[in-house]
Design a protein around this ligand. Structure first.
Ligand code: DP6
Length: 344
């Protein structure tokens, strides 16, 4: 071990959030997905994390500060994560670990903060292990960091690399894996290289049912098998659309996945809804606008009421006035967040 002067190892990292087009919904084993998913990584919605670690032999203690304040509620998640990661990062066996995170985007705004936070924490923890044991498994770094992020939050494994990421096994992509995400940027047409993701913050605030609970409700869901089939079919359609630059199919898959996700929630036992009346109003306005103007414009939703409006940058001239005139008014405090794909 190379000990720094005061025996405190430090790492500062960051990671962006991502938005899934084919959704991960349902788990098996330890954080493995029941179906493959595809997302693109964002560029502006980022979690920054600093970690300091000092070794002692009295077991692992974890402190977590979010935006400068102690956040006890996150400690059990971090404890579970460290127990899962100790086989990769032996330093997690014992010592004092202090983790501080902050987001560049507003909290509970419909941007997946667990993806960016777990991805940045995985990066920082890896970095600490590298300082302690410099030759530490560097060859497998991208897959390993993605795998470690997955053990914190499934969707986080897609946030450790830029652009288009596939997570989960599919016979269509030979190196696809349930344990980590892989980049598929090389198989994506340039039409999708500058996608915009504008988030209509329909409702701010914590969700009534967490994604983790939503995943669990898929275990005995009456439509489970159908959903897995649908996701695999949509992976095939999406891979083809991304390759061919076919926005129409891309759009069909994106909307079908978003609405199916919410349909699955409404048909869970117990059933629940996360959409708000304004979510549906926005969807109807988007579809009507697209039909009128014949432009490439689509949407998706995560497990919440907020709408992600997706379009190539070249359409901003026409889409931005539409947002200002017809969509902003549907948002909580008229909040809209402009983000876009990050390819690096
Ligand atoms: C609807 O990754 O947040 O956003 O693994 O329990 O942390 P955990 O769940 P999480 O689920 C994300 C679900 C989704 C779809 C997606 O991002 O693929």
């Amino acid at each position: 071990m190379i000990a720094p002067e005061n025996n405190i190892f430090k790492a500062a990292t960051s990671a962006p959030s991502n938005i899934a087009i084919v959704k991960y919904w349902g788990k098996k084993g330890v954080q493995e997905p029941v179906n493959p998913s595809i997302s693109f990584t964002l560029s502006k919605s980022i979690t920054k994390t600093s970690i300091s670690y000092s070794h002692n032999d009295s077991g692992l203690s974890i402190d977590f500060l979010f935006e400068g304040r102690s956040k006890e509620a996150f400690i059990p998640k971090l404890k579970t994560l460290s127990e899962r990661l100790v086989k990769y990062l032996p330093f997690l066996e014992s010592g004092d670990l202090k983790i501080e995170s902050s987001n560049t985007f507003p909290h509970s705004s419909g941007i997946a903060s667990s993806a960016s936070s777990m991805a940045s924490i995985a990066r920082a923890l890896y970095n600490i292990q590298m300082q302690i044991t410099p030759n530490f498994k560097e060859a497998s770094k991208p897959a390993m960091i993605s795998e470690m992020a997955r053990l914190g939050s499934g969707s986080a494994c897609r946030s450790t690399m830029p652009g288009w990421v596939l997570w989960g096994e599919t016979p269509l992509v030979s190196n696809s894996h349930n344990h980590y995400g892989i980049s598929i940027n090389e198989s994506v047409h340039s039409v999708f290289n500058d996608l915009q993701d504008t988030i209509l913050v329909i409702r701010k605030g914590a969700k009534s049912v967490s994604s983790t609970t939503g995943h669990q409700l898929m275990d005995n869901h009456p439509y489970r098998d159908g959903r897995i089939k649908q996701a695999n079919k949509n992976i095939e359609l999406l891979l083809g659309a991304l390759k061919d630059g076919d926005f129409k199919t891309f759009s069909k898959v994106s909307e079908e996945e978003a609405l199916s996700l919410h349909g699955l929630m409404m048909s869970s036992s117990p059933a629940y809804t996360l959409m708000a009346p304004e979510s549906l109003r926005a969807i109807k306005r988007i579809i009507k606008f697209r039909e009128h103007h014949h432009i490439p414009l689509t949407f998706t939703l995560d497990a919440g009421p907020n709408i992600h409006l997706i379009y190539p940058k070249s359409q901003s001239k026409i889409v931005h006035p539409f947002i200002e005139e017809h969509l902003r008014v549907l948002c909580d405090n008229e909040e809209v967040i402009f983000d876009e794909i990050s390819l690096q």
